[in-house]
Design a protein around this ligand. Sequence first.
Ligand code: FES
Length: 110
Amino acid sequence: MGDGAGWVPVCGLDRLKAETIVRVAARDLIVIWNEGKVVACERACPHEQADLALGQVAAGRLRCPRHAASFDLRDGAITAGWPSRPLRLYPVRITGGQVWIEMQERQPGR
Ligand code: FES
């Protein structure tokens, strides 16, 4: 494993439920509370890098604050017709009320 990879604790589950979107400091990621599940994803929109921590979560989708595109929180797929790759998602684990995400090496080409 390279630097920065592995499981990292990010925030308490109660805080995430209260705030819906929590920034992961220094990692450029966010975690999202969505329909009873935790989703972790990159913070910069793959379209033009808007800050998705300012986005809206509704009906299983994360809507970008800058344009009208939104992302499916199950697989990161972007709204049909947008010239952009999908949102990158990260594995999530919850233990003892703590949310963890698994940092990975960058996957070239995605
Ligand atoms: S910057 Fe997010 S949809 Fe354009």
